[in-house]
Design a protein around this ligand. Structure first.
Ligand SMILES: Nc1ncnc2c1ncn2[C@@H]1O[C@H](COP(=O)(O)OP(=O)(O)OP(=O)(O)O)[C@@H](O)[C@H]1O
Length: 261
């Protein structure tokens, strides 16, 4: 099977130099790949390059087997939806309009969204339990509500793969659960997901693969069961970590020094 996304010895960064180097990953339909690493490691920078926003410094990015440089913007949009970390806007459009942008991503430049796009946008908001936010101005939404709306925009895009930059970072307990459930439903539908997270437990729960990056580069890359370990996580985060099993079998990593109360 041709991977939806593949990178070969990819280096990403800025004029000042590479921030992440020698990244080789492969993501197929229905897989979840979790990217972990300390603040400032280069996760967002990698996503920018994968989305074609920032040129790669070296190496290859292939979307469905084709080099990203050979694809038009609309072809990239058909393949990838993107959930950024946050949305900084002063335009007071309604949340539904923002979601509609995802539903309309494949329309021609001058085409207006119609009933099918409206329905898809509303269905995405309903799926995430945020239909009540549809008429609310984006400027009046909290950070967590904006994050949910951005996720709805990505769902409405009907892309083959979704890149999510810390999708649960500012969410409350219930919304976090809704987003994780949505990710598992997307996976079951065959959508490929690449997400960054600061939570190894979350990666162990929903990930098929994990790429763990440190300041010096990629430390572990492969099936989540082996890539995330006490040794690899301790090395990357610079603190001793212990792995425990929660009742039900879920993996839980905690700092070794933290005594249980
Ligand atoms: N536009 C830019 N020009 C130059 N350097 C940048 C630019 N944007 C980010 N950087 C630098 O690139 C490095 C990686 O930043 P990036 O935002 O990709 O990290 P991250 O892993 O996503 O961090 P976090 O977990 O804190 O979100 C940082 O050292 C950052 O200062």
């Amino acid at each position: 099977m041709t991977p939806l996304l593949e990178t070969r010895h990819l280096s990403v960064g800025y004029r000042s130099g590479a921030v992440l180097s020698d990244i080789s990953l492969s993501l197929c339909a229905g897989q979840v790949l979790c990217l972990l690493g300390p603040n400032g490691t280069g996760k967002t920078t990698l996503f920018r390059s994968l989305l074609g926003i920032l040129p790669a410094l070296s190496g290859e990015i292939l979307l469905e087997g084709r080099p990203i440089g050979a694809l038009r913007r609309r072809e990239v949009a058909a393949c990838f939806a993107h959930v950024p970390q946050s949305l900084d806007t002063r335009f007071g459009f309604q949340a539904l309009d923002l979601v509609l942008m995802g539903a309309s991503a494949r329309l021609g430049l001058l085409a207006q969204p119609g009933k099918p796009e409206q329905n898809r946008a509303l269905a995405a908001m309903e799926e995430l339990g945020i239909a009540d936010l549809a008429p609310v101005s984006v400027c009046a939404l909290s950070g967590g509500q904006r994050q949910m709306v951005l996720l709805a925009r990505a769902l409405a895009q009907n892309a083959s793969a979704i890149i999510m930059d810390e999708p649960t970072a500012s969410l409350d307990f219930a919304n976090r659960h809704r987003v994780l459930q949505a990710i598992l439903r997307l996976k079951a539908k065959g959508i490929a997901i690449l997400l960054s997270t600061h939570d190894p437990d979350q990666a162990a729960m929903i990930g098929d693969q994990a790429l763990l990056a440190g300041k010096g580069g990629v430390v572990a890359n492969g099936p989540v069961a082996t890539a995330l370990s006490e040794a690899s996580l301790s090395a990357v985060y610079g603190i001793a970590l212990r792995e425990e099993r929660l009742s039900g079998g879920a993996r839980h990593f905690r700092a070794a020094q933290l005594a249980r109360r």
